[in-house]
Write a protein that binds this ligand. Structure first.
Ligand code: NAP
Length: 320
């Protein structure tokens, strides 16, 4: 099979398309013919060797993908060959024509969701679901700000918020991104590259502040976020690429809190709940992953460059 193989940590050029043996499914494992793999920012940090998880070399990147079950190992009961599925983590890596996954990592893909969309389910929607439903326990009528709403996690956050009955605000850095965020359900959109946009957000709440912030770039925004919060407000740190200073008094005066997590650290029970919630949303049409760019597997390096550039528009996926 064709697969992307990383033999040394480094820049996007270390992502090499190679011909390697197709794995076969052992007990409790499922072999999936991957038609689309999702590209996430963490894939780039891992490839650089700077992420908290450093896989042994060589490795094939990718936790997110969608395709068709090719074969099952002994003891697998929940899926059978021919089933359409998405994967949430794998044993051998999703940037490949075939990936081995544990039975617990394979989930049904509703007929109305394409493989490319399915590749954008786990990390983006799992993260947004955990942030809103499990971490902050968002309630209908609360005001949410998705700070960085035009990318994978942001769009998921807006769609989930609307399904739950929240008032959704979102930011993006380009006109195209702002239009997308609005189209996917945001009540108000703001451009995070324009000076004065934070004051505009506060004004849109009538000066009260927002109840929840999903923060995609905490090293830049966390200090300001705290000043946008309503009493008892919560910020969820989802993405951060460096250090930041905050004024603790901004938390104290509002009885506010900062939540933070990585999806790798959630419990099995939380994960089970997330997949059940996502499946319901994918089936009833409230969750619609947005695929902004499809590239062939061979162009994984280009995908890794582009995912870190400004101008996000939903997901970048690799087709195989
Ligand atoms: P993405 O698709 O690349 O989107 C990045 C988002 O950040 C875009 O909406 C982008 O907007 C926005 N952004 C850029 N500059 C910003 C600024 N100054 N203020 C606010 N937002 C800004 O990435 P993603 O998949 O959504 O992930 C977002 C972040 O969360 C990444 O850092 C990722 O590593 C992290 N993450 C963490 C977890 C976890 O488990 N904690 C899980 C998933 C993702 P424009 O491009 O329109 O400017």
């Amino acid at each position: 099979m064709k697969a992307i193989v990383v033999r040394e940590f480094g820049g996007p050029e270390v992502l090499k398309l190679e011909e390697i043996p197709t794995p076969s499914s052992a007990a409790n494992q499922v072999l999936v013919r991957i038609h689309a793999a999702g590209v996430n920012p963490y894939d780039t940090y891992m490839r650089n060797g700077t992420y908290s998880i450093k896989p042994p070399l060589p490795y094939t990147p990718g936790s997110d993908g969608a395709g068709v079950v090719e074969a099952i190992g002994e003891g697998v009961h929940e899926v059978k060959p021919g089933d359409r599925v998405y994967v949430a983590k794998t044993v051998t890596g999703a940037y490949a024509e075939y990936a081995l996954a544990l039975e617990s990592q394979v989930h049904p893909l509703p007929a109305k969701i394409t493989y490319a969309q399915g590749a954008g389910v786990w990390v983006p929607y799992g993260t947004a679901y955990h942030a809103l439903c499990q971490s902050t326990r968002a309630r209908a009528s609360e005001i949410l700000l998705v700070h960085g709403a035009s990318g994978g996690v942001g769009i998921a956050g807006i769609q989930i918020a609307r399904a739950l009955g929240l008032i959704a605000f979102g930011t993006a850095g380009t006109e195209k991104g702002l239009e997308l965020v609005k189209r996917e359900g945001a009540h108000h959109v703001f451009n995070h590259t324009k000076s004065g946009y934070l004051e505009e957000i506060l004004k849109a709440t009538g000066g009260i502040g927002v109840d929840i912030i999903l923060e995609m770039l905490a090293n830049v925004n966390l200090g300001q976020d705290l000043r946008l919060l309503a009493p008892h407000g919560r910020v969820v740190v989802i993405g951060s690429r460096g250090d930041v200073s905050i004024s603790p008094r901004d938390l104290m005066t509002r009885r506010a809190s900062i939540h933070a997590f990585t999806l790798w650290g959630i419990t099995e029970a939380e994960e089970k709940e997330i997949h059940a919630g996502l499946l319901a949303g994918l089936e009833n049409g409230t969750l619609r992953p947005i695929v902004g760019k499809e590239l062939p597997l061979a162009e994984a390096g280009r995908a890794h460059k582009e995912i870190l550039e400004q101008g996000a528009f939903g997901k970048i996926v690799l087709l195989s």
